[in-house]
Design a protein around this ligand. Structure first.
Ligand code: SF4
Length: 335
């Protein structure tokens, strides 16, 4: 389901562009809890008002919360789509939400549960926005990160449509919409052309090209040096730093050689390096390094001129935890 389909429905009911904007804006801002009595509806032509109950029912069917799982750093939501497929969203502390862009994912990162089944289907732009609406009904939001299940670059038109909508009708600051990717040339071409330019998070995970091909087997083959150059251009054009993501895997990408590599690539760049110790899951063979080792890496990067932050694994990043709820629900026959 695409935002453009929603517009067409409203137009078919006699809505003018201003009416369309008003109805969809009320939805995006979660003002339609009882849409039939929404004040915004008072200004609409009768034909549109008559069509609204069915329209709002359709919006409600786009996504609904099946279960909520509070954790230390956020609450994971298992969200059912109209066809019964499920995705995960995460309510983040300080007014953020992490949304999914695909059911499954084709990149196949070896440490990620979502990647294990490959891509099952794309999400439409309206389904992506519907996750934001569900989150807004639970907490005030300032930020949306497109970092849940899926690789946004593989569903680029829909993700950019959602970003364009949220950055205009949704009332989000453009830099508070965070497009997260493993790196794809189409992203570096398209993002600078958009009317709404999101911030960019780039999952690097290693500075070694061969290791990256092993860890992210179906990511585009772009060497880390080139990825950083492409991202730096976007950072300079937008004025927002690139948020590099690095899932720390013990014995794999937590060595001094990687600290040297990061310092070489990022010193002097408009960038923040987020080190995220892996969230160990029983089904996968990877382990989280000791916290002290991760802290030492961050201190060492600081000394070498790289702004590095050590983050506890929350639902805010690829961490192997992503996809667990869906996997458990599938195992229990709930989907
Ligand atoms: Fe896809 Fe992200 Fe999982 Fe990699 S970490 S398989 S890009 S969802």
């Amino acid at each position: 389901m695409h935002i453009e389909h929603l517009r067409q429905r409203l137009r078919a009911a006699g809505a003018k562009p201003g009416h369309e904007r008003r109805v969809l804006q009320a939805w995006a801002r979660a003002c339609t809890l009882d849409a039939r009595r929404s004040r915004a509806d008072d200004f609409l032509p009768l034909s549109v008002r008559a069509a609204l109950p069915a329209f709002h029912d359709e919006l409600e069917r786009l996504a609904r919360v099946l279960s909520e799982h509070p954790g230390e750093d956020g609450t994971r939501l298992l969200v059912a789509l109209a066809d019964g497929q499920t995705v995960e969203s995460v309510l983040l502390p300080r007014g953020g939400v992490c949304v999914s862009t695909q059911v499954g994912c084709a990149v196949g990162c070896v440490f990620c549960m979502t990647g294990r089944d490959g891509l099952l289907r794309q999400l439409g732009s309206a389904e992506i926005v519907a996750q934001v609406v569900l989150a807004r009904r639970r907490q005030a939001l300032k930020k949306v990160v497109f970092m849940g299940m899926g690789e946004p670059a593989h569903n680029l038109d829909e993700v950019l449509a959602a970003i364009g909508f949220l950055g205009t009708s949704g009332g989000f600051g453009h830099k508070n919409l965070v497009f997260s990717t493993v790196g794809d040339r189409r992203v570096f071409e398209r993002l600078p052309q958009g009317g709404v330019k999101p911030a960019l998070a780039l999952s690097l995970h290693t500075t070694r090209a061969e290791l990256r091909e092993t860890l992210l087997p179906r990511a585009p083959r772009i060497a880390p040096d080139e990825l950083v150059e492409l991202a730096e251009r976007y950072a300079r054009a937008t004025g927002y730093p690139i948020q590099y993501q690095w899932t720390l895997l013990e014995g794999i990408n937590d060595g001094d050689d990687e600290v040297d590599g990061i310092a070489r690539l990022l010193a002097g760049k408009y960038a923040v390096m987020n080190l995220i110790p892996y969230n160990t899951v029983a089904e996968l063979p990877y382990r989280r390094p000791p916290w002290e080792r991760a802290a030492e890496m961050a201190r060492s990067l600081h000394r070498r001129g790289v702004l590095a932050k050590l983050r506890r694994s929350a639902g805010q990043d690829v961490d192997g935890g992503c996809g667990q709820l869906r996997a458990r629900a599938a195992a229990a026959g709930l989907q």
